[in-house]
Design a protein around this ligand. Structure first.
Ligand code: SAH
Length: 261
């Protein structure tokens, strides 16, 4: 896959989104609409450069990822959400007794500024573009206290309806542990590079096709973005239940291993 990253700068949020679309990084109307509905300026640490296709500092030594990486990850996840939302509807219609969530569930690990969490929220909120089930919930977790606060404040100020209607929840949490009480998740996005794919997150994927997008690699110059699809229900971890695919070379901040108290 040849991305044309770093070239999609815009003068306005819509201009940035349009340029990502023209470059073929945003491919679908659903993702385009979701990005159009969240203004990156409200989340980036450098409001004067908000519409550059580049990462920006958000405090605590962390960065908001470049727009082309966010767009790429969302496009990778979208087909899963669309196909699973159809499955949920069909299962409900035919009265299936196997696990049927009544909403799409998404986990955003390392929510940082809250920007991508808000874009996910717009993808699955009541007015969202995914049919037939334009309804879902997004959990953002973040390990750095100041950023838990910042991401909560940002979403609560800039996209408040998503908090009020409980589309988005943000809390302190560790990506190595995930959020076992809220899963299984139909999609998991990890915004920081893990040394190995966390088993806990794999086991929190929805067993019939849940998908995770995660950067992996210890060294910033040798990281790969992977997709991990869970294909079977199984109480114990078995790597054969997962389809793991390398997508492209990337550069992310590390997924921290927090100190145990
Ligand atoms: N996706 C966000 C931030 C990406 S930067 C955005 O675009 O704004 C990666 C984020 O992961 C940082 O905020 C960092 O604090 C967080 N992080 C690092 N290790 C983590 C861990 N173990 N659990 C949860 N969050 C973590």
């Amino acid at each position: 896959m040849s991305l044309r990253p770093w070239t999609c700068h815009g003068k306005t949020n819509q201009d940035l989104v349009d340029n990502l679309f023209k470059a073929g990084i945003i491919k679908s109307q659903s993702v385009k609409e979701a990005f159009s509905r969240v203004d990156r300026k409200n989340y980036s640490g450098e409001p004067s450069n908000s519409y550059e296709d580049a990462p920006q500092p958000i405090g605590s030594g962390q960065t908001i990822s470049a727009p082309h990486m966010h767009a790429y990850a969302l496009e990778e996840i979208l087909p899963t959400l669309v196909s699973i939302s159809g499955t949920i509807e069909e299962k409900k219609r035919f009265g299936s007794t196997s696990y049927v969530g009544d909403e799409l569930k998404i986990l955003d690990v390392g929510c940082g500024s809250g920007y991508l969490t808000a874009v996910f929220g717009r993808l699955v909120d009541q007015r969202g573009p995914i049919k037939p089930l334009s309804k879902g919930r997004v959990w953002g977790i973040e390990v750095v206290d100041e950023l838990v606060h910042k991401s909560y404040q940002n979403v609560n100020t800039q996209d408040r309806d998503l908090m009020e209607n409980r589309t988005i929840s943000i809390s302190k949490g560790d990506g190595w542990t995930g959020l076992p009480g809220e899963g299984p998740f139909h999609a998991i996005h990890v915004g920081a590079a893990a040394s190995i794919i966390p088993t806990n997150l794999m086991m929190q994927l929805y067993p019939e096709g849940g998908l995770m997008v995660i950067p992996v690699g210890e060294n910033e110059s040798v990281q790969t973005l992977y997709s991990v699809e869970r294909r079977r229900e199984n109480d114990v971890f078995d790597k054969n239940d997962f389809k793991i695919k390398a997508l492209l070379g990337v550069r992310y901040v590390p997924l921290i291993r927090p100190q145990q108290p």
